[in-house]
Design a protein around this ligand. Structure first.
Ligand code: RIB
Length: 307
């Protein structure tokens, strides 16, 4: 139990803290510049490990100092990096991030080596996908992601897809049919379905479209409002936890990690969503994607109201 594989992106985040987001054509002085380990895949792998899971990661970094630094950081967190390929053909991915005074962010990703991940590379690491839960996002080429999802499904793992960022090309129904859980935020749910998602009822209708395409369940991340679980049987909103928000970068990644760890521990979906809400909330309480990712005990404390 509690064995997870994360197939996903590895980025070095170059983050500036700003009073407000700057306008097109405007030059502005930022308050601070910092470098963090990031990337949705790396963030999710670290968050799962902090929660006590046995984590393997599949991904691709460059043969550069950023790649070496990141692998060392993953290993310090206890993530098994045997599934991470180093390529001489592209630099390690980089993300340029602005965080404003409300903790909101804007992110621009230069994928580099993340886009060099191929189906053959994933096949070569297929043993890593024989886990309780396999977690995917969309910062690698879609064929490699889909191939990994199919291998995970064949191996009997639960498949969780965080459809972030939504690719420009349409995502085929075959991808959703491989998903036990799809976890879009509001923007992603709108982009995937073309439907309005402003209210819970609208979001439930949009999510039902993904269920008709083959997903078993959709969990719509709705920020501070919480998370909306939608299945063929109906929907339920699980309220979010109130915390002092400093930086929302990787809140979604942390949510997915909490969900995956809950599922890998054999929790009912509803309990896994509550854990996900707590992990996502706690991750926003410090600057940087991975700085405030909590331990299982910290998340349990927030849920119990004892932290
Ligand atoms: O979800 C947050 C992450 O998105 C950042 O760490 C950045 O690297 C991008 O991948």
């Amino acid at each position: 139990m509690n064995r997870i594989c994360v197939l996903g992106s590895i980025n070095v985040d170059m983050t500036v803290t700003v009073e407000r987001f700057h306008a097109p054509g405007e030059s502005m002085i930022a308050e601070k510049f910092e470098t963090f380990t990031g990337g949705k895949g790396g963030n999710q792998a670290v968050a799962c490990a902090r929660l006590g899971a046995d984590v393997m990661m599949i991904g691709c970094v460059g043969e550069d100092s950023n790649g070496r630094m990141y692998l060392d950081a993953l290993e310090r967190e206890g993530v098994d990096t045997a599934g991470v390929v180093r390529t001489p053909d592209a630099p390690t991915g980089v993300a340029l991030i602005e965080v404003d005074k409300h903790g909101e962010n804007r992110i621009l990703v230069a994928p580099g080596a993340n886009f060099a991940l191929t189906c053959d590379m994933v096949s070569a690491k297929a043993d890593a996908l024989k886990r309780d839960v396999c977690l995917f996002q969309m910062e690698n080429p879609l064929p490699a992601i889909t191939h990994g999802m199919a291998l995970a499904k064949q191996a009997g793992a639960l498949v969780v897809l965080d459809p972030a960022p939504v690719p420009a090309a349409p995502v085929s129904d075959a991808v959703f049919a491989l998903c036990d859980y799809v976890t879009p935020n509001e923007t992603e749910l709108h982009l995937l379905t073309g439907m309005p998602v402003d209210t819970v009822e609208q979001a439930a209708e949009a999510a039902a479209q993904l269920i008709r395409k083959g997903a078993k369940a959709v969990i719509n991340k709705r920020g501070g409002q919480g998370a909306l679980l939608v299945t063929a049987a109906g929907y339920h909103l699980f309220p979010g936890f109130k915390v002092n928000v400093v930086d929302t970068t990787a809140a979604g990644d942390s949510f997915n990690a909490g969900l995956s760890v809950g599922l890998a521990k054999g929790y009912a979906t509803s309990d896994a969503v509550v854990l996900a809400n707590a992990v996502g909330a706690l991750s926003t309480t410090a600057r940087g994607a991975q700085a405030a990712m909590p331990t299982f005990e910290q998340a349990a404390g927030l849920i119990a109201g004892t932290d």
